[in-house]
Design a binder for this molecule. Structure first.
Ligand SMILES: NC(=O)c1ccc[n+]([C@@H]2O[C@H](COP(=O)([O-])OP(=O)(O)OC[C@H]3O[C@@H](n4cnc5c(N)ncnc54)[C@H](OP(=O)(O)O)[C@@H]3O)[C@@H](O)[C@H]2O)c1
Length: 549
């Protein structure tokens, strides 16, 4: 079933049928449609476009029919929900449920932003984005097996005059990621095409590409690439870039067959890069408030926040519900040089009502070696689960704490002013501790160029919780501690309350060098905002030297 706004094709008049090249067609139109009268270039162009569309549709339908296929063409604007619903109803009643969507509708109105009207922007943007949303809505009850979206390399690279087109294509990429996660039985792919030798690449554009030495994708090979991608399974990448050089080399085998040197899809356990960051105190002033042994060290709480970013990056539309098995393997300590770290994430795997994504922070691969700093399994969801009920045991609240906050930061903790999140310690006993802690200021107050404008969790609340653990270890065991592991973090609200939370530490177990406990964070109405269960800290007398050198 093919759709387009052009009317149903009709036979060409005799005067047009014999005209083949562009000049001959234009000449025939001038003579027969306008009887040789004066006509504006725009009028001529519009008539030419309609004639060529009529010819192209007729030829394509004939070619497809010759292969034995049943082909239907409907004149429909993909942005028109009512029309699309009625077309698809007709298709379903004649041929059964819809199994695949290939969304290739697109148009260009290239102009600099300053010259672009809102209507031009809308036409370009809506054809892709509204078109896709109409298609997905109209097929929401169909068990789709394939969704293929025609995006463009301009989605990532941009292109002069194409702000609308680039934005629309990048939306397609992200919606594809979301649909892939939501539809376990559907192969979803968004193809970021380089320029084709055909379609919207006009002869003038073709000459421009030739001048720049950019090879064009031959139509038949582009089609083979698309089929090859459709054959992939759920572990294959969703966003694909296909350009003449790379694609044709790799996919030059017969239709749908992998050639020897074709890139293998990422396996289930493979992680791919989501972000790279160069860390230094100038761009990350918050690190200046976290100095251990004389060197800035990235707080564990901030690293876990980044793991959340990594997991959500490829899965827009989902929420971070938590992190499991958060394992600190090696701290990130800054030296005089900038430190390059990479954030990697795997594919989302559906598990019951949630999705799991493996996430890691690694270093920047220096001298061929790479170090994994932090690793966890992120838990994503489309709706946050209801928070558990929490009641505080009297053993924890029974004993008031004797030191002032200033004294705590002066004598025990090493944290600089920006990380001094503990406002008040309400109680401290052998069973645990309760404190009021502040929420983090917006990310740009802590770093230049943050990954997001809002925190996903709250790194100041989390860091303050780890500070509570340090204070508890100091008061109860005479040594300080540092975080090492978290079995399960769960968040039940999208954001932490701006006025801060009450943090409760419940001690579960202690050994010579280890303390285990659970944290619960409560909002001012005593609702559970988040919990970190199975927190483990390493206790060691030698750490105090690093705290207070
Ligand atoms: N050609 C390239 O080099 C290239 C590169 C990267 C990405 N792409 C993408 O690939 C897709 C196809 O490009 P192409 O080169 O084949 O362009 P094209 O020749 O201009 O074809 C665009 C198609 O979209 C249809 N269309 C446009 N607006 C529509 C609407 N509102 N409702 C329904 N159909 C609509 C057009 O049919 P009607 O005019 O009959 O509506 C036409 O069949 C586009 O999405 C484009 O962005 C192309």
């Amino acid at each position: 079933v093919l759709l387009g706004r052009s009317p149903l094709p009709r036979p060409e008049p005799e005067w047009l049928a014999s005209a083949e090249d562009e000049a001959a067609v234009r000449k025939a139109i001038l003579k027969n449609e306008f009887s040789g009268n004066h006509v504006s270039p725009m009028q001529l162009q519009e008539t030419f476009r309609k004639c060529m569309a009529n010819r192209e549709i007729t030829r394509n339908l004939d070619q497809l029919k010759m292969t034995g296929a049943t082909v239907l063409y409907y004149s429909a604007d993909v942005r028109d929900a009512e029309r699309m619903n009625s077309v698809l109803d007709e298709v379903r009643s004649a041929h059964g449920p819809v199994k695949a969507i290939i969304h290739g509708a697109g148009m260009l109105e290239d102009r600099l932003i300053i010259d672009k009207t809102p209507e031009q922007f809308e036409r370009v943007f809506d054809t892709k984005v509204k078109g896709l949303s109409v298609l997905l809505e109209a097929t929401k009850h169909d068990d789709l097996r394939y969704i293929v979206l025609f995006s463009s390399v301009s989605a990532r690279m941009g292109n002069k005059g194409q702000v609308d087109y680039a934005m629309a294509n990048e939306v397609l990429n992200k919606v594809a990621q979301q649909e892939c996660v939501m539809r376990p039985n559907c192969r979803v792919t968004s193809i970021n095409w380089g320029p084709w030798d055909g379609g919207m690449v006009s002869p003038a554009l073709k000459r421009e590409f030739e001048r720049k030495g950019i090879e064009l994708i031959p139509e038949d090979q582009g089609a083979s690439c698309m089929l090859y991608e459709m054959m992939g399974d759920k572990s294959c990448p969703v966003e694909i870039v296909i350009g003449a050089g790379s694609a044709i080399g790799a996919w030059s085998g017969s239709r749908g067959e992998r050639t020897e040197d074709s890139p293998q899809p990422l396996g289930k356990d493979k992680l791919s890069l989501t972000f790279k960051r160069e860390l230094d105190v100038d761009r990350y002033p918050i690190l200046g408030a976290h100095i251990l042994g004389g060197r800035p060290v990235v707080p564990f709480a901030l690293m876990t926040e980044w793991l959340g970013h990594g997991a959500l990056h490829e899965n827009p539309g989902l929420f971070l519900h938590g992190l499991d098995d958060i394992r600190l393997l090696s701290g990130i300590k800054l030296t005089d040089e900038k430190k390059l770290v990479r954030l990697l994430a795997g594919k989302a795997r559906k598990k019951g009502a949630v999705y799991e994504v493996d996430v890691e922070i690694r270093n920047g691969m220096k001298d061929g070696k790479e170090v994994i700093h932090l690793r966890a399994k992120a838990i994503l969801t489309d709706t946050l689960a209801q928070a558990p009920l929490f009641s505080m045991s009297e053993d924890i609240t029974s004993q008031a704490y004797f030191r002032s906050i200033d004294e705590v930061y002066e004598k025990i903790l090493f944290h600089g002013i920006e990380l001094r999140g503990i406002k008040e310690i309400l109680s401290c006993s052998s069973c645990g501790m309760v404190a009021k802690v502040s929420s983090a200021p917006s990310p740009e107050k802590w770093m230049a160029d943050p990954l997001r404008s809002n925190w996903i969790g709250d790194p100041l609340v989390l860091d303050s919780a780890f500070q509570m653990a340090i204070i508890w270890c100091f008061e109860e065991k005479g040594v300080v501690s540092l975080p090492g592991y978290g079995a399960s973090y769960r968040q039940y609200q999208n954001r932490f309350p701006s006025e801060g939370v009450t943090a409760v530490l419940e001690i579960r177990e202690t050994a010579e060098h280890k303390m285990k406990g659970d944290f619960t964070f409560l909002d001012p109405d005593n609702n559970v905002v988040a919990q970190l269960i199975g927190y483990e800290a390493v206790m060691d007398a030698s750490l105090f030297k690093a705290f207070k050198p």
